[in-house]
Design a protein around this ligand. Structure first.
Ligand code: SF4
Length: 654
């Protein structure tokens, strides 16, 4: 089960130190920040200028695409120009499909990144029933094609990233292991074994996916495999190679940041990761500040309050399984995790005071309309509602206020700790929210809760290593077979909007992707964050953790030198037309070389197939080839309509 040092005491998971030029990562080095250019690699000046902007924004390594020999060759011009301008940032060549470009680039730059899914294999999306002999022959072919690059890297002191992408696994891997974290790990290990046979160890590994659950499971499994099965004796003392963290095709804006924070943050919380790239469909100089914000939370994390140790993970950390819980008042069981909006310090006077959390009152019909991001519960503290709220929004009051209120049956009490609940148990409701922290879970309280199906637990924490403490709370419940539903609650004070989004995405997301939590509740003090923003972010976190869908999902590539259209502008255009299509997944990919392979599980693909040309996909199947880009968004809408997946946009006045 091992994939990190400890599930309760924060510490960086130590890996082998690897030098990227003169600038090492892994070992005792800080977590490095990197990103990738989006310019045409043949445009030396544009690439150099963008690289410098990226370095100024905090990038410590810069990756540049080298799709063919000519771009690989031009890396040397880029390097020279950077040097002339006083910039010595290590460069990484990004390679797909072209071993000859990799072999040239490895002689020029400090590191090459190869994608094991397409370095040797051409993808045909075929399921092949391999005999062992045929499988071995493919591995043999891989040896022949890949070994020259390993030898060049060794000779030139060039590092290499074996960068697996969930969306572009080879047909061989897919046929044998499926589209799974194990397939991703095996995809890298096939190449890693060849490196080790050649006694070459300047390796960094990554397991990127757009699906945050798969991404986190794959990194964990990779560590576990490396820990458990030393591949060759040559590997030396430190067996695990450094890890480059990233969520692919995360998209842009808030969604892209939340998705990145869920996946990357979940691993950083367990001390995993040696370098980070946040991939956003935005100018690359916007990425490093987000990565820095994610990483900087761990600088002093070791000093956190101790958390009771645990030896074994009571859940499988390598596969998603929702924690089994009882269903109480629509919370837990098979229900999607619920959202509780905190209105303790927000006065409600008029109906439209509920607009920020997705409820709209229509005076003409005397009806409430709700959006797909309408909260499920509203915590009011001691503020009594001046009117009846819709049935789908259930009020929660502090116990004393609830008790003195006439509307007891249509609202619920909350107790600030277990002892106050116990004291008032005789006057409590049929269902009760009870806040608890880990230290309140004693043998006695555990036994009492186990036999009390009126209790919905709210897990809170004041620990700096709060996710781990809350996870420990879930472990304790699991070890005592307690199935009461649990709401995850976190409190944030004096926090900016950007920090709140990233911190909350990490804190809640890291639990949700492991199937923990039947609801989420964020309480924010002394900050500019509005109820509307908080609500939107909480729904965004649930979607990014893949536990509750409330909007369209965009899988947009970050763009690079291969990109054939303005990704940011196009994503925006597509979003404007389709953002009301709850649950539909649309991939927007800059090129047809890598795009289709990396669209993950998108329902539709909008892929650049030539200058001014777009090819549209339904899943992995091409349905409209080379559509003029000015008509392509309309054609995409037509396609969605034809499939019966279109609904008209409800006009909402907010
Ligand atoms: S899919 Fe996007 S990021 Fe990937 S190679 Fe193509 S254009 Fe570049």
């Amino acid at each position: 089960m091992k994939y990190c040092n400890s599930l309760t005491a924060y510490s960086r998971y130590k890996t082998r130190e690897v030098f990227i030029g003169d600038f090492p990562l892994g070992g005792n080095n800080p977590i490095r920040i990197q990103s990738m250019t989006t310019t045409d690699t043949m445009d030396t000046i544009a690439t150099v200028e963008q690289t410098i902007r990226m370095v100024n924004s905090g990038c410590e390594y810069v990756r540049i695409t080298a799709p063919s020999l000519k771009e690989a060759q031009n890396l040397s011009e880029i390097k020279k120009e950077l040097k002339k301008r006083g910039c010595s940032v290590p460069l990484i060549a990004d390679i797909h499909f072209t071993p000859n470009a990799a072999e040239l680039a490895a002689r020029i730059v400090e590191k090459v990144r190869i994608n094991p899914g397409n370095y040797v294999d051409k993808k045909k999306f075929e399921t092949i029933d391999y005999t062992q002999k045929e499988y071995d022959e493919e591995i043999e072919r891989l040896h022949e094609r890949f070994t020259p690059l390993v030898k060049i890297c060794k000779e030139y002191g060039t590092a290499m990233r074996i960068g697996t992408n969930h969306g572009s696994l080879s047909d061989r891997i897919l046929s044998r292991y499926g589209d799974t974290p194990l397939g991703m790990v095996e995809s890298a290990l096939e190449f890693l074994r060849i490196c080790e046979e050649n006694n070459y160890h300047s390796i960094v590994l990554s397991m990127k996916a757009s699906n945050t659950q798969v991404m986190v499971e794959a990194y964990r499994l990779l560590i576990n495999k490396m820990e458990e099965a030393p591949l060759t004796p040559q590997r030396g003392e430190q067996i695990v190679y450094p890890l480059h963290l990233g969520v692919t095709e995360a998209g842009d804006g808030e969604d892209g940041r939340i998705k990145s924070a869920v996946g990357i943050g979940a691993l950083l919380e367990d001390g995993i990761g040696d370098t980070v790239r946040v991939s956003l469909t935005e100018p690359p100089e916007y990425e490093a500040p987000v990565a820095i914000a994610l990483v900087s939370r761990y600088k002093e994390r070791e000093n956190h309050q101790p958390i009771k140790e645990i030896d074994e993970h009571p859940f499988d950390p390598f596969a998603y399984n929702r924690r089994a819980s009882l269903e109480l008042i629509g919370i837990g069981g098979t229900n999607v995790p619920r959202v509780i909006s905190d209105f303790r310090s927000i006065k409600i006077e008029k109906e439209n005071d509920l607009n920020p959390i997705g409820y709209f009152y229509d005076e003409a019909t005397d009806k409430w309309n709700m959006t797909d991001m309408a909260s499920d519960f509203i915590y009011l503290g001691d503020n009594i509602l001046p009117y009846s709220v819709p049935n789908s929004l259930r009020p929660i009051y502090n116990f004393e206020t609830w008790f003195s209120n006439k509307e007891k049956t249509s609202s619920y009490p909350v107790f600030s700790n277990y002892s106050s609940y116990k004291k008032e148990k005789n006057s409590a409701g049929i269902f009760n929210f009870v806040s608890m922290q880990l230290n309140e879970l004693t043998n006695q309280t555990l036994a009492e809760i186990k036999n009390d199906p009126s209790v919905i637990l709210i897990v809170e924490t004041e620990n700096q290593h709060g996710m781990a403490e809350q996870r420990r709370f879930f472990f304790e419940l699991a070890n005592h077979q307690i199935k009461n539903p649990v709401i995850i609650k976190r409190t944030y004070e004096n926090i900016s909007s950007e920090e709140f989004m990233l911190h909350a995405a990490t804190d809640f997301g890291a639990l949700l992707i492991d199937g923990l939590g039947d609801g989420v509740w964020a309480e924010v003090f002394l900050s500019e964050i509005t109820a509307k923003e908080c609500n939107r972010i909480m729904f965004g976190i649930l979607q990014a953790s893949r536990v509750r869908t409330s909007k369209t999902e965009y899988i947009a590539c970050p763009s690079c030198g291969r990109t054939l259209f303005d990704l940011l502008e196009t994503t925006d255009k597509i979003r404007k037309r389709t953002e009301h299509l709850k649950g539909v997944k649309i991939a927007i990919m800059g090129c047809i070389v890598n795009g289709p392979g990396e669209m993950a599980d998108a329902d539709y693909g909008y892929v650049g197939s030539g200058p001014g040309k777009i090819t549209l996909y339904r899943g992995k199947e091409i349905v409209r080839r080379n559509v003029l880009s000015e008509n392509a968004v309309n054609e995409l809408v037509v396609l969605i309509r034809e499939d019966g997946n279109w609904v008209d946009k409800m006009e909402q006045n907010f």
